[in-house]
Design a protein around this ligand. Structure first.
Ligand SMILES: *Cc1c(COP(=O)(O)O)cnc(C)c1O
Length: 461
């Protein structure tokens, strides 16, 4: 086929057909890795293959191995689907092949990303003066925000970490909740601060930090550059740290406050859940995912910083050949992220926000939380079943009476394939973990999920 138009249309049709199959297709993949390797592997042939043939072979071979994470009954890991506008915008982004480095490489990407960043700050109630970096997800959001934090707290102690590194630098304290996300630890590893720097803060009943314990730890340690990591949305329970108390305690010690709000920060976008993240505007940096609750296709996340100069100092670079960079007239997206050349992810986020509007984002958050509450309510009625967390957001932990029975039920529902949920260990006990963050999940999907669990629990005895 020589006409790319035909291939592009074929591809778009194939994407549309896959998405149309999502409500009914089994959630788990139907083929094993060996099958995929047999179909697609072997030595790379010397001769090339026509583009259309390549794409058709790829689509045909991999579709049975896809996990329907974009569908309405995938409740594992906090995933989220992909809104129609955002999916189509990402297809455009691939076709346009823009470099979202600066205004010169793509005015379109630079400006659209800037607009989307402004809308996000408005939705979250993050100060409009904050800087913004469009990254690949919550992990990199944490990396970027903590790099800005590292810059600022060490600059406060007279140390230029970008120039001198950490060898011989003043000690930096990192105070973070004991139930923080593992990506905080990896960010600290990558930044050279190390995980041993973490002073863990005990958490309260539902997995949010105990603010009095935070204050005690801050008061008890040495006076030195300090970073406090708070969390909005515990991956097990959905609990959000008390940001007002946390920020006030940190302020008294001159500490930088970073909020990891990968999914929980979206609570800010709905009047019904906004109170969970009250005080959000008091922090110094924030990390949020787009591919989880906003339902933007993978991979998209956002890092915000109340101190743009610290953010830029930690990330930006320049070189003589990079014309149009750093002239100050237009924001250069690459100044706020660790990548240099990068895909134009801003189009998808812009589209998702426009498709939903402020009201739509609030409804999306409310709807998911409503589904989570209903799942918890219906499952609690089953014999021998208890809900392990207080359902404040979109996370539900289900206990089937013993760790063994919980494991049996998880395995059975995964095999049945009506929906997908994984297991977790929280405070020494096994749970089925349900996480609701897909825009397309309907009441009927909740019913089908409860039915599937009822069957599996009955079979488990
Ligand atoms: C998912 C998550 C992350 C990591 O985000 P990625 O998008 O996977 O990089 C960080 N923190 C929390 C609380 C999360 O839920």
């Amino acid at each position: 086929m020589s006409d790319f138009g035909d291939l592009a249309r074929w591809t778009a049709d194939r994407v549309a057909a896959y998405r149309a199959s999502l409500p009914d297709r089994p959630v788990a993949p139907l083929v094993d890795p060996g099958h995929l390797r047999a179909n697609l592997g072997g030595d790379l042939p010397d001769a090339g293959t026509a583009a259309a043939e390549v794409v058709k072979q790829l689509a045909t071979a991999v579709e049975p191995a896809l996990v329907a994470t974009a569908g309405p009954r995938f409740f594992g890991f906090v995933v989220g689907g992909a809104l129609e506008s955002a999916t189509a915008a990402d297809m455009l982004a691939a076709g346009w092949d823009q470099i979202a480095f600066n205004f010169t490489t793509s005015p379109a990407a630079a400006i659209v990303e800037d607009i989307a960043g402004g809308w996000l700050k408005d939705l979250f109630g993050i100060p409009a003066s904050a800087s913004f970096g469009l990254v690949t997800g919550g992990q990199v959001g944490n990396n970027v925000a903590l790099a800005a934090a590292r810059h600022a707290v060490l600059a406060g102690a007279g140390w230029d970490v970008e120039e001198r590194g950490l060898m011989g630098a003043p000690q930096v304290r990192v105070v973070a909740g004991e139930e923080r996300h593992a990506t905080i630890d990896r960010a600290l590893r990558l930044l050279g601060l190390g995980t041993a720097a973490i002073e863990p803060v005990p958490s309260g009943p539902n997995g949010a930090i105990d603010p009095a314990a935070l204050a005690g730890i801050l008061a008890g340690g040495p006076k030195c550059p300090t970073i406090v990591c708070l969390q909005a949305g515990n991956v097990n329970t959905g609990a959000c740290d008390d940001l007002v108390a946390g920020c006030k305690a940190a302020r008294r010690h001159g500490a930088w406050v970073h909020v990891d709000g990968a999914f929980g920060l979206w609570a800010a976008a709905s009047p019904a859940t906004r109170h969970l993240v009250e005080g959000i505007e008091l922090a110094d940096s924030w990390s949020v995912d787009g591919h989880k609750w906003l339902n933007v296709p993978y991979d998209s996340g956002y890092a915000f910083c109340a101190h743009p100069e610290a953010h830029r100092a930690s990330m930006a670079f320049n070189a003589a050949y990079l014309t149009g960079h750093g002239d100050g007239a237009q924001r250069a997206p690459a100044d706020f992220v660790p990548e240099s050349s990068r895909r134009a992810r801003g189009f998808a986020t812009w589209a998702a926000l426009r498709e939903l509007g402020k009201d739509g984002v609030a409804e999306l958050v409310d709807r998911c939380c409503g589904h989570a509450r209903r799942l918890a309510g219906e499952l609690a009625k089953l014999d021998g079943v208890q809900i392990g967390n207080r359902v404040e957001l979109n996370q539900v932990l289900v206990d089937f009476g013993s760790d063994d029975r919980t494991e049996l039920v998880i395995r059975a529902v995964q095999q049945e394939g009506t929906f997908w949920a994984g297991g977790t260990t929280w405070r020494g006990r096994r749970y089925m973990r349900l996480s609701v963050s897909n825009y397309s999940t309907k009441d009927n999907d909740v019913d089908r999920t409860v039915d599937s669990i009822r069957r599996a629990a009955a079979a488990a005895g």
